[in-house]
Design a protein around this ligand. Structure first.
Ligand SMILES: [Cu+2]
Length: 391
């Protein structure tokens, strides 16, 4: 029996306010100059207006807008309630510095554990996290971060999950890699309680896990999700690669800008599927400020999960093609070859290999570009090149 080291929180970085930079991101992609900077400037100038608007909305709909995620029912949307204004792209003047200071979520796939049983311990807690430079949010978390820890198992291994609910409301966990009765094993856990269940990792691939407590939309939107990678028993199905990274996309729906005080969930925006931020591994643009790395000619594998809660991810790497693609966790032989963009559906996962010969900065995005503007972009630095990119 082994205890998964990642489940002790080591994989989830502390959350100094650090940040990403929609501005910088946009510059990299050649979109920010015309679009994002004016938005940032306007947002800065009108932040007070936005707060006033948010207060008006709160006054109009006290049941929902006054809700703190720790205590209130997030699904309590009043009749006729409108969404708060968009806070997409909002950035404080020191956003670039905050982005640099941010400790990026460790994207590298952790090593797999030996032995027939993988013990996973996840503590559930509510805490304020930064989701973009200078933007704070009242998140609900597995092991203190968003996403929760990356779990790495082998096909045939038994995954023994122990959940401890340190939050003031019921939560649960739902593994897409499991074939179990959900009413038994994905059950709600009361505050202060622990629950243990096991499942056999029968299917290889990369899968989502998430809280399945109602309203599921709110629990996922507040950050209760993560990825589990299951290696195939036959290693030829997923040939060894030089670099492996795990990317989990997620949307954030804010009821306030999040600059002066933490924002919480705007359930109306969540229903309308109009996020303010879309992130890889919980923080806008963090791999632009802190690129993932590779060597020229080496193969890089991306394990991509779309946690949603509602939008798809159209995974694309600028400047290359996906040499191999295993779509939605089906580890088929052969994989697809030479693909430009693959949709990872909300609640789905895909495995994508790229081999890049030319040194340079290669953005990985969801090619639904509204999401790029909202933070769903990172960089793969091939060959330790310096500088920035134009695109
Ligand atoms: Cu939950």
């Amino acid at each position: 029996m082994t205890t998964h080291p990642l489940t002790h929180g080591a994989r989830v970085p502390a959350d100094p306010d650090s940040g990403a930079l929609v501005k910088v991101v946009a510059l990299f992609l050649g979109i920010a100059v015309g679009v994002l900077l004016p938005i940032a400037i306007w947002m800065g100038a009108s932040a007070q207006d936005a707060r006033n608007d948010a207060r008006k909305a709160a006054a109009a709909a006290p049941a929902a807008a006054a809700a703190t995620p720790a205590m209130a029912m997030p699904s309590a949307v009043s009749e006729g309630q409108t969404a708060t204004p968009s806070f997409a792209g909002l950035a404080p003047p020191n956003a670039a510095a905050l982005a640099q200071a941010h400790s990026a979520y460790p994207a590298a796939l952790p090593s797999v554990e030996a032995g027939p049983v993988l013990n996973v311990h996840l503590g559930i807690s509510h805490r304020v996290l930064s989701i973009a430079p200078g933007i704070k949010y009242e998140a609900w978390t597995f092991s203190g971060g968003v996403p929760g820890p990356v779990i790495h198992a082998r096909q045939g291994q038994t995954v023994r999950v122990t959940l401890t609910n340190n939050a003031p409301m019921p939560h649960s966990i739902d593994f897409h890699a499991a074939r179990v009765a959900p009413n038994v094993d994905f059950t709600d856990i009361a505050p202060g309680k622990s629950f243990t269940f096991s499942f056999k990792a029968t299917d290889p691939g990369v899968f989502m896990y998430h809280c399945g407590t109602k309203p599921v939309l709110a629990h996922i939107a507040n950050g209760m999700y993560g990825a589990i990678v299951v290696d195939p028993a036959n290693p030829k199905l997923l040939p060894p690669v030089h670099h492996a990274y795990v990317l989990v996309s997620g949307e954030w729906y804010l009821n306030a800008p999040g600059l002066k005080r933490p924002a919480a969930l705007d359930m109306v925006k969540a229903h309308q599927m109009t996020p303010d931020w879309v992130t890889w591994n919980g923080y806008a643009g963090q791999y632009v400020a802190h690129p993932l790395t590779a060597h020229p000619g080496h193969t890089v594998r991306f394990y991509v999960v779309d946690a949603g809660p509602s939008l798809n991810t159209d995974f694309h790497v600028v400047g290359t093609l996906l040499n191999r693609a295993w779509v939605d966790a089906a580890v088929t032989d052969p994989p697809e070859h030479g693909v430009q963009t693959v949709t990872v559906p909300a609640g789905g996962g895909g495995i994508f290999d790229v081999t890049i010969d030319k040194p340079g900065l290669y953005p990985f995005v969801t090619h639904s570009f509204a999401s790029v503007d909202m933070g769903a972009v990172g960089l793969l630095n091939v060959g330790d090149v310096k500088g920035t990119m134009s695109h």
